[in-house]
Design a protein around this ligand. Structure first.
Ligand code: AMP
Ligand code: GLY
Length: 426
C-alpha cells in the first residue's frame, strides 16, 4: 500500500516508525514530516490543512490510505472531504461530526451526559449568559475549571484558585481571550486524582481495540512544577490502570462511547483518545481527543507487537473483525528533549548531534527538527527529539532513555529526569 501520513511531530515520527515496519507498507509519505521522518518514508511539502493539494497528491501517487495524525484537519473535515472526492479510500480519522468530540468541549459534555458517561458536573455559558456563569461559579468550590469550547492549541483550560480571578477570567474568555474558541465557555467541577490516557482504535461499526495505556507529563519542571507544555515525556503502562480499573474504563466509558457514536449516527473510524482521571478508583473523562496523544504515542507504539497498518486499514474500512492487537509486557518511557526557553520563546536552528551508538532498546523520535540549507540537522521547534526506551519496568526503561538523551546534543537542551517516577511510589 502507498500510505500518506499527515503531521510533523513526535507522534507522527512514532506512527511512521511503526507503519514503516509493516509488510503491507510499500511507500510511506509524510506531509510535511520533520527532520527525522525521511528514515521511514518520503517527506512531502504539503500542509495537512490544504485539502485540495492533498487530494491532488493522492491522485498522482496512487495513495491507498490516509492516516491523519493531528486534530486540525479532522475538525476541519478532511475525512468528509476525502469521502466525497475519493469514495472508498480508507482514511484513519473520524468524520467532522465525530471530530467535534475534540473540536467542541460543550459538544463532548453533552455527548457524555446523553450517554451516561462519567465526567465532571458542568454548565456552558456565552456572553449573553455571563450573569448565570458568574452565579454558577459561586455554587462551585475552588479551584475553578474554565474551558474554552473550541480548539485553543492546548491552552484553553484555566484552573484558578481564587473566585475573583475566576470571575475575571470568565469575563475575559467570553470577551475573546481565545478568539472564537472561547465564545462559549464550559465551567466544570474540579476533579482530584491521577490522570492517564487511554487510546481506542474503532471501526465505526461497533468494533474496537484498546491500545496500551499511557500517562503524559505536561509540566516543564521536575516534580510536575512550572508551566504546562505540549508534553515532556510519557510512560506506558501505568501502574494504577490495572485490570480492575481498565474493566471499569471499558464498561463505563469505552463501550458507552462506541455505542453512543453509533446511536448518534456518527461514523467514527480512527483513534479515540480518552483523557481520564482516576477519582478514588473510578475513572472519569476529563476530555476526548480524536487522534493519538503526543508524547503518549512515542511510548505506546514501541509496545504494540501487531501490524498497525493492518489494524488501521481494517478500522478505516469499517471492520476490525477478529484482528488481534498484541501488546508487549515491557515498559516504555519517553523523555522529551526541548529547546531552552520552551514553553516560552526559544531559539531555532541549533545544530543537533546524535551519537551513532544508540542502544538497541532505544528509539529516537524526531519532533521539532529540520534540515538546514546545508542538509544539517537543526532544531526547529520547542520539543525537539523524544527518546523512547523499552525496559523490564518503568525504572529500567527510564534509565535507558536517560542514556539515550545523553547521546543527543544541541545548545540549550533541557529535559526532565523524573518521567514516570511518581508512579514508582504508588
Ligand atoms: P483538557 O484540555 O480538557 O485536557 O484540560 C487540560 C488539563 O486540565 C487536563 O489534562 C487536566 O490536568 C486539567 N483539567 C481539566 N479539567 C479538569 C477537571 N474537571 N478537574 C481537574 N483537572 C482538570
Ligand atoms: N498529550 C496530550 C495530547 O496529546 O493532547
Amino acid at each position: 500500500m502507498n500510505i500518506l501520513l499527515l503531521g510533523s511531530g513526535g507522534r507522527e515520527s512514532a506512527l511512521a516508525w511503526k507503519m514503516s515496519q509493516s509488510t503491507l507498507c510499500t511507500n510511506l509519505y509524510i506531509a510535511p514530516g520533520n527532520g527525522g521522518t525521511p528514515s521511514y518514508g518520503t517527506n512531502v511539502a504539503l500542509s495537512p490543512m490544504d485539502f485540495e493539494a492533498i487530494d491532488a497528491f493522492v491522485a498522482e501517487n496512487g495513495i491507498d490510505m490516509i492516516v491523519v495524525g493531528n486534530e486540525d484537519p479532522l475538525v476541519a473535515g478532511i475525512t468528509d472531504f476525502m469521502a466525497e472526492r475519493r469514495p472508498g479510500l480508507p482514511v484513519v480519522g473520524p468524520c467532522k461530526a465525530g471530530a467535534m468530540l475534540e473540536g467542541s468541549k460543550d459538544f463532548a459534555k453533552r455527548f457524555m451526559a446523553r450517554h451516561g458517561i462519567p465526567t465532571a458536573r458542568y454548565r456552558s455559558f456565552t456572553a449573553e449568559t455571563l450573569g448565570d456563569g458568574l452565579s454558577f461559579l459561586d455554587e462551585l468550590q475552588p479551584p475553578y475549571v474554565l474551558k474554552a469550547d473550541g480548539l485553543a492549541a492546548g491552552k484553553g483550560v484555566l484552573i484558578i484558585d481564587n473566585i475573583e480571578q475566576a470571575r475575571d477570567a470568565l469575563r475575559e474568555m467570553l470577551g475573546g481571550m481565545f478568539g472564537k474558541s472561547s465564545a462559549t465557555v464550559v465551567i466544570e467541577e474540579f476533579l482530584s486524582g491521577i490522570e492517564c490516557s487511554v487510546f481506542v482504535l474503532t471501526d465505526g461499526n461497533g468494533g474496537y481495540r484498546t491500545l496500551p495505556v499511557a500517562k503524559d507529563y505536561k509540566r516543564i519542571g521536575e516534580g510536575d512544577t512550572g508551566p504546562n507544555t505540549g508534553g515532556m515525556g510519557a510512560v506506558s503502562p501505568v501502574v494504577f490502570a490495572d485490570e480492575t480499573f481498565m474493566r471499569k474504563v471499558d464498561e463505563r466509558i469505552i463501550r458507552p462511547t462506541i455505542d453512543g457514536l453509533l446511536s448518534d449516527g456518527i461514523d467514527y473510524r480512527g483513534f479515540i483518545f480518552l483523557g481520564l482521571i482516576n477519582v478514588g478508583g473510578d475513572p472519569m473523562v476529563i476530555e476526548y481527543n480524536v487522534r493519538m496523544g503526543d508524547p503518549e504515542t512515542e511510548a505506546v507504539m514501541p509496545r504494540i507487537e501487531s501490524d498497525l497498518v493492518a489494524l488501521m486499514r481494517a478500522a478505516a474500512l469499517g471492520d476490525l473483525g477478529d484482528m488481534r492487537l498484541d501488546i508487549s509486557p515491557k515498559a516504555c518511557v519517553t523523555v522529551m528533549t526541548v529547546s531552552q526557553g520552551y514553553p516560552g520563546s526559544y531559539p531555532k536552528g541549533h545544530i543537533i548531534d546524535i551519537a551513532d551508538d544508540i542502544n538497541s532498546d532505544t528509539i529516537i523520535f524526531h519532533a521539532g527538527t529540520a534540515r538546514d540549507a546545508d542538509g544539517r540537522l537543526v532544531t526547529s521547534g520547542g520539543r525537539v527529539i523524544a527518546v523512547s526506551s523499552l525496559g523490564n519496568d518503568t525504572a529500567d526503561a527510564l534509565s535507558r532513555s536517560m542514556e539515550g538523551v545523553a547521546k543527543i546534543g544541541f545548545d540549550g537542551k533541557y529535559y526532565r529526569r523524573d518521567i514516570g517516577q511518581d508512579l514508582l511510589s504508588l
